[in-house]
Design a protein around this ligand. Structure first.
Ligand code: NAD
Length: 436
């Protein structure tokens, strides 16, 4: 099938590449000329495990191509995916200007029956708006389908190739058939294509992300309480996670959620609810907890250093909002680095994939190191912001020989308390005893 994907970011590039992988011919379109030049020259523009291999193979097989021209990219496409940004507007609602602009542009370009798929995370009613915009200028029949994307950065290729479920919102039989054909190779193991109406599909995505964010904020509150009453959040986590109604996943406390989705999606759902005259009380709490949690360790660090961080060297391990991605959007690490700099500390940073993106923000205000050990050299404390696997079992002897003091502030509970005791580190984590 000939497919077009409009927007070639984290979602669009994975979508385009993975659709090409099962034999479709895919053109990815982006207005960012630099991005398209890079992709055309055979370079992947994001870090996503497993993507490069698929990308190279499908370019070689001439199933995957790139352009900045919408008219050229959508030519003969039976299905057009919109993987466009929906950033928060000033009032917290998802800004639809990118999606609606492309909808306006598409109308006059359609030459035959086409299915236009909203893959972006968009508020309820967007499919109707996109339909109206296209209809205003289209001369052919078309359908607009809501197919929110559930891939997770860091495992996006696996998620796309073997999704737990695919949510498809459409009331058109013709569009449904096409979507079934397109997704058939991805759900061969029996995972469901969940069909519903467009509005329910749109809300499903926000409900999923907001529920997951709620789980995180809930556990962060449990962790904060553990610290006050002398309980251990790891034990509590295991104790509740074994209850199948609760489940083991998404119960890890830390310095809050970040990324390009949870913060904006929780905010957008709260705004959608408010617009419908409904006060979604839980969501406000979820956001409030996350805001304070992100810089929760700063007070402790200041207290540890007698009230001031002036002249202290902090090694920051991990910059991306989560492991296995170079995405730093809303990354808690960034909020903490800003606080460190404000307090007059010197920041030495290491991240396996995200340093190039952070350089564009902080430039020479902080220094960057290719290894966690180099970042730790001469540090008064190590601050862990992202739980990259490489931080889990460092050579503690080597580390001890490098740092100025054996102090770790761990925003992701990477180490067992016993290990820290054995290694003689002063260790602050989330919701657990302080090791001194
Ligand atoms: P992104 O910012 O990485 O990519 C969006 C791309 O769209 C950019 O490359 C941008 O240049 C391009 N673009 C903007 N206007 C354009 C236009 N008129 N024509 C062509 N290209 C245009 O965003 P993303 O992370 O891929 O997210 C896209 C959507 O998917 C959002 O709604 C997001 O909420 C949702 N989503 C994201 C994830 C994720 O993990 N990143 C997961 C699921 C859903």
């Amino acid at each position: 099938m000939k497919i077009a994907v409009v927007g070639t970011g984290y979602v669009g590039l994975v979508t385009g590449t993975c659709f090409a992988e099962t034999g479709n011919t895919v053109t990815c379109i982006d207005i960012d000329q630099n991005k398209v030049n890079k992709l055309k020259s055979g370079k992947v523009t994001i870090y996503e495990p497993g993507l490069e291999q698929l990308f190279e193979r499908n370019i070689k097989q001439e199933r995957l191509s790139f352009t900045t021209k919408l008219s050229e990219g959508i030519k003969d496409a039976k299905v057009i995916f919109l993987a466009l940004p929906t950033p928060p507007g000033e009032d917290g609602a998802a800004d639809l200007k990118y999606v609606l602009k492309v909808a306006d542009d598409l109308g006059p370009l359609l030459e035959d029956y086409t299915v236009i798929v909203d893959e972006s995370t968009v508020p309820v009613g967007t499919a109707d708006k996109v339909r109206q915009r296209i209809a205003a200028k289209a001369k052919v029949e078309f359908d607009v389908v809501s197919n929110p994307e559930f891939l997770r950065e860091g495992v996006a290729v696996d998620d796309f190739m073997k999704p737990e479920r695919v949510v498809i919102g459409t009331t058109s039989t013709k569009a449904r058939k096409l979507m079934e054909t397109l997704y058939a190779p991805y759900v061969r193991q029996g995972n469901p294509l969940v069909f519903m109406d467009e509005r329910s599909a749109e809300l499903t995505k926000y409900a999923a992300n907001s529920f997951l964010a709620t789980k995180i904020s809930f556990m962060n509150e449990i962790a904060n309480l553990c610290e006050l009453v002398g309980a251990d959040v790891d034990a509590v986590r295991k104790g509740i996670g074994t209850d199948s109604r609760i489940g083991k996943r998404f119960l890890f406390p830390g310095i809050g959620y970040g990324g390009s989705c949870f913060p904006k999606d929780v905010q957008a759902l709260a705004k959608s609810a408010a617009d419908a005259q409904y006060e979604f009380k839980i969501l406000k709490a979820v956001m409030d907890v996350n805001t304070t949690q992100k810089t929760k360790l700063i007070d402790r660090i200041k207290k540890y250093f007698g009230g001031s961080l002036k002249g202290k060297t902090i090694a920051v391990w991990g910059l991306s909002f989560k492991p296995h991605t170079d995405d730093i959007r809303e990354a808690p690490a960034l909020y903490n680095i800003e606080e460190f700099l404000k307090e007059g500390a010197i920041v030495k940073a290491h991240d396996p994939e995200a340093m190039e993106n952070v350089k564009q923000l902080f430039d020479s205000k902080i220094s960057y190191f290719d290894s966690a050990y180099d970042a730790a050299e001469g540090a008064d404390a190590i601050f862990i912001a992202t739980e990259w696997p490489e931080f889990r079992t460092p050579d503690f002897e080597k580390l001890t020989s490098l740092v100025k003091a054996r102090v770790i502030f761990d925003g992701r509970n990477v180490y067992e308390l016993d290990v820290m005791k054995e290694q003689g580190f002063t260790y602050f984590s989330i919701g657990r005893e302080v090791v001194n």
